[in-house]
Write a protein that binds this ligand. Structure first.
Ligand code: PHE
Length: 570
């Protein structure tokens, strides 16, 4: 059900337990080959001076002053912002929200951001910022990152990490060519810090900065690893925070004048690099013969010959990644891969505002096609903006959790955030080994049925899905979601949006909500009102929940649905 993504939250009342469990683990030292961008190096940092105190990290006196200045006021605050108390996260209180109705602000990685009417962050989403799972050597997210980096490694690729997840809307959307009405920009799908800043929804938010870095250092390629944030449905493969990796490879051409000779020269360079890639023993069963000339055209700056060469290089590089990952999974004893069968992959056409032509790679996995990643030829205007007029090349993006779930046989995405030793102690740097489930604790479901407005805007949550979603598997798309796909057929989210229900459930139940499904929907024959019924499955990964606990959680969910979404319980 992804127009965009998820959220898993816990209410302030339970913050004591949470704060203890959500401390930032200490980041492991970076390997010398990895650069970590400080916020000042990140793309388009904080242009809006009115929102920028210019200060680095606030002192305790400043914090106290702020808290005094922002005493609660009476009045009609909106939805989740009302729920903000003070949320302190991280050992060093590096990331923090100071909030009262009216003026509220957050400190993230030493930067300060003032909230405004656009803000739609929940306290609990904040708790995930700064966890840096990708830096913990024995964590499956980090092991998977390193596996990917071992395919896209130096000297050709510079491996980056981008720690501050707050980026400008310009970096996340505008510079990448997202249309103004793209559903990915909607507040139902994206976490807005304020009107000019979001929690990045994808690593592509750093594309321009990475290209600028390449331009300055005369590099050929990059990878970026980062945590990304999307409001979305609740199920075993969606979480409001997940990790992505993005990679790009460019070729430098002496001239952009398109004479026949230079064209073949450019193409030859790419083919020479292609010849260096390992030969793979896999089955490519499908491949678009040509892409849609209107939605996915050859860019005016390119010629067919060089794009074909770059696309072949892109596909072979990514098949190399998949081959390595799946072989590692096979060796690790992960079910679903017959040791005697070749890995089957297929390429399908896809649409992203920042690449053309674009593709997705799918892998045949446990009897079905699984979308694994999105990619394409980088839009030339992005490269030009980075001062790389004389280069062209490809980029891809992949969701790390999806790959890690498959590599280690991890059944539920919530586990990645677990602090339980029974989970964490199972993994070792550099090793791929099947995850052994510890006992599954009982689940308990509760239904909530309610009326929403009969206005046309209150459309079925089932009809807000982009018409072009190409998933054949019913699980999240390429790099962790459909959010960045461009499609003329995409529809704007309705006034009532299912993601708002999800957000409230996550905010109340946190990782105790296993999944939430729409189980019934009908329109009242005379009154024309629409009724929806959601089933919430409560289950802890770590213990048995008591009935009282579940009743209290469910009661809180119902209260907040009524208060914040203005629905009427049935
Ligand atoms: N950013 C895209 C996503 O999140 C993935 C992507 C990256 C696609 C780079 C093309 C090129 O889905």
């Amino acid at each position: 059900m992804r127009l965009f993504a998820t959220g898993l939250f816990v209410r302030a009342a339970r913050s004591a337990r949470l704060n203890a469990s959500l401390r930032c683990p200490k980041a492991a030292p970076l390997s010398p080959s990895i650069t970590r961008w400080s916020s000042s190096q990140a793309v388009e940092r904080r242009e809006d001076e009115t929102h920028n105190t210019g200060s680095a990290y606030p002192t305790q006196t400043e914090l106290r002053q702020y808290q005094n200045d922002n005493k609660p006021q009476t009045g009609s605050g909106t939805d989740t912002r009302q729920a903000f108390k003070e949320v302190f996260t991280g050992e060093s209180q590096r990331n923090e929200i100071i909030s009262r109705e009216g003026l509220s602000r957050a400190f993230v990685e030493g930067e300060s951001y003032v909230f405004d009417e656009t803000s739609n962050l929940s306290p609990s989403i904040w708790n995930y910022i700064g966890r840096r799972l990708y830096m913990l050597p024995n964590h499956p997210i980090c092991i998977t990152r390193k596996l990917i980096e071992s395919v896209f490694k130096g000297p050709t690729f510079k491996n980056h990490i981008a720690s501050n997840p707050v980026v400008t809307t310009e970096a996340n959307f505008d510079v990448l060519g997202f249309p103004k009405d793209h559903p990915g920009r909607s507040r139902t799908d994206t976490y807005y810090v304020n009107s000019s800043h979001v929690l990045r929804t994808h690593t592509s938010a750093h594309q321009l900065a990475a290209f600028q870095h390449m331009s300055k250092h005369n590099e050929k390629g990059y990878t970026i690893c980062a945590d990304v944030y999307r409001r979305d449905s609740i199920d075993h493969s969606h979480f409001p925070v997940f990790h992505q990796m993005e990679g790009a490879r460019l070729w430098k051409f002496d001239s952009h004048v398109q004479t026949g000779e230079e064209q073949s020269d450019r193409t030859q360079q790419v083919y020479a690099d292609l010849a260096q890639l390992p030969k793979l023993d896999l089955d490519r069963v499908e491949m678009p013969v040509e892409t849609d000339p209107v939605r996915n055209p050859l860019q005016p700056e390119h010629n067919q010959e060089e794009v074909s060469a770059m696309v072949r290089h892109l596909m072979s590089s990514l098949e190399g990644l998949v081959h390595k990952v799946f072989n590692a999974a096979r060796e690790g004893g992960i079910a679903g891969l017959d040791p005697n069968e070749k890995l089957k992959v297929r390429w399908v056409e896809a649409y992203f505002p920042f690449t053309s032509p674009s593709f997705e790679l799918e892998v045949f996995w446990q009897g079905d096609w699984l979308e694994l990643l999105g990619c394409g030829i980088v839009k030339q205007n992005i490269l030009n903006n980075a001062g790389l007029h004389d280069r062209a090349g490809w980029a891809w993006g992949i969701g790390i959790e999806r790959l890690a779930m498959l590599l280690f046989g991890i059944p539920d995405i919530r586990l990645f955030w677990s602090q339980d030793a029974r989970f964490l102690n199972q993994f070792r740097a550099g090793q791929i080994k099947k995850f052994e489930s510890f006992s599954k604790f009982p689940a308990c479901y509760k239904d909530v049925a309610f009326w929403i407005d009969a206005s046309p805007a209150a459309a079925s949550p089932l009809t807000t899905e982009p018409a072009n979603t190409s998933s054949t598997t019913g699980v999240a798309a390429a790099a962790g979601g459909d959010a960045t796909k461009a499609s003329p057929t995409e529809v704007q989210p309705a006034a009532f949006h299912e993601n708002d229900v999800m957000e409230i459930v996550r905010d109340v139940a946190g990782s105790l909500a296993e999944d939430v499904k729409l189980v019934d929907e009908f329109v009242h024959p005379t009154k024309g009102r629409k009724s929806l019924c959601y089933r919430i499955n409560y289950r802890s990964l770590e213990r048995t929940l008591t009935n009282e606990e579940i009743n209290r959680l469910h009661g809180d969910v119902c209260d907040r649905l009524v208060r914040e979404l203005r629905i009427e319980l049935r």
